[in-house]
Design a protein around this ligand. Structure first.
Ligand code: PLP
Length: 403
């Protein structure tokens, strides 16, 4: 075996599968029967975890559906997962239609423009009636994507859809603005609008198989699966429902607010971070009082200090806001980042880790001897969210699989 790269992200198969199974059980138990499924979101290179590892692992763990952003991402996932259903969640753009059809991806549609693009591609390929699955997104209150949920807009759109027999309305969905605000009025309003939209679609004679909504917070918050399953059940066995978790599969989630927050936080606490980001000490030096560290001399030693050099910087995705703020783990001890993080290098204080030696393992994200640094810690230091921290780990850092 080739030696492990020094800076690497280890991606745990058992943790990913474990998170998927925990979330699925939660969705199922909250839907009071076996009907609520999960669509596993693997967009943005599986939130920075490496889609080539994660998509097949999720499919093996039982995910029937995988969600991506673009046709290009979908084509990559299709090569990895020949049997999976793949939803492209952003509306389709010019040039994507042929790719979607060739790779048997389900596009999200809501705009007449989407139907035109698909119609042109369908005519060129002469496809059989009902052979292309499409999912209609309904805008229930985010004003971002989706068909406005009024009777006239929905009817006009469905009339247009009917004119293209190759397209089969396989799913209808919506997205929530603040699912972690458990008591927010907006959640129930959005759900009510979604129900109205679904009603209009069935009244018009369409029989979509999948009704889906929500994200990680919707699974952990445990308020969506019941109403969603009830909505599907009212369709007399034709429809199934799904929730679409992304970040929670990888072991993270937003913080919850509201009366039931403790229950949701308890569910969140059981998730296991899938990614461990490691490097090793490249060099060590001792400096005296008054020595400045790094660009712009933003750190000046007040005492004699032992400094370790790490071969990782912001080009690897280590957020520059962690300069003089964050810490890493060395020998199971927190070692503060001192001075500015450079493009390829970072200096940490190991004065209190006397046995630190060149080549010793350093954990940027993950656990060491029972101590943990999480993407939530990085997000706090960098004033952002865990999602951005994980997605920012750059392509230069190899993703390697581990148990
Ligand atoms: C990204 C995304 C999700 C997953 O969101 P998380 O907050 O990561 O769980 C679900 N649905 C849609 C439409 C998305 O774009």
């Amino acid at each position: 075996m080739p030696p492990s790269p020094i800076t690497r992200a280890e991606i745990s198969r058992s943790r990913l599968a474990g998170n998927f199974q925990r979330l699925r059980s939660l969705a199922r138990s909250n839907s009071n029967d076996e009907c609520c499924d999960l669509l596993a979101v693997v967009k943005a290179d599986a939130y920075g975890h490496g889609v080539s590892l994660c998509a097949p692992w999720l499919a093996e763990a039982g995910a029937e559906w995988l969600g991506v952003t673009s046709a290009e991402e979908g084509v990559a996932v299709r090569r990895l997962c020949p049997q999976s259903n793949i939803l492209v969640m952003r509306g389709l753009l010019a040039g994507e239609a042929e790719m979607l059809l060739d790779a048997n991806l389900a596009p999200t549609i809501w705009d007449h423009e989407h139907l035109q693009l698909l119609e042109e591609a369908v005519l060129r390929q002469q496809l059989a009636a009902g052979s292309i699955p499409v999912h209609l997104e309904i805008d229930t209150g985010m004003s971002r994507q989706g068909l406005p949920c009024t009777a006239s807009e929905v009817e006009k759109f469905l009339d247009h859809l009917r004119e293209i027999p190759a397209l089969r309305l396989d799913g209808v969905y919506t997205h929530f603005a603040s699912p972690e605000m458990l008591d927010a009025e907006q959640n129930s309003q959005q759900m009510a609008r979604f129900q109205q939209g679904v009603e209009l679609i069935y009244t018009a004679g369409f029989r979509p198989q999948w009704l889906h909504a929500g994200n990680s917070s919707s699974v952990l918050g445990q308020q969506l699966a019941g109403p969603l399953a009830a909505l599907a059940a009212r369709r007399g066995g034709v429809a199934r429902c799904m929730i679409r978790p992304g970040i929670a599969l990888y072991g993270y989630a937003s913080r919850f607010v509201g009366e039931q927050a403790a229950t949701a936080e308890a569910a969140r606490a059981v998730l296991q971070p899938v990614l461990t980001w490691k490097t090793a000490i490249a060099s060590l030096r001792t400096v005296g009082p008054g020595a400045s560290v790094g660009y712009d001399a933003t750190f000046v030693a007040s005492n004699k200090m032992r400094l370790a050099l790490l071969p990782v910087g912001y080009a690897d995705g280590l957020n520059r806001k962690l300069s003089n703020r964050g810490h890493v783990l060395v020998h199971g001890v927190a070692a503060p980042i001192v001075g500015r993080i450079s493009m390829d290098l970072t200096v940490v204080d190991v004065s209190h880790v006397p046995n630190a030696t060149i080549g010793d393992e350093v954990v940027l994200l993950g656990e060491q001897n029972g101590l943990r640094v999480t993407a939530d810690d990085h997000a706090r230091w960098a004033e952002t969210i865990s999602y951005e921290i994980l997605c920012a780990i750059s392509a230069r850092v190899p993703r390697v699989s581990c148990e």
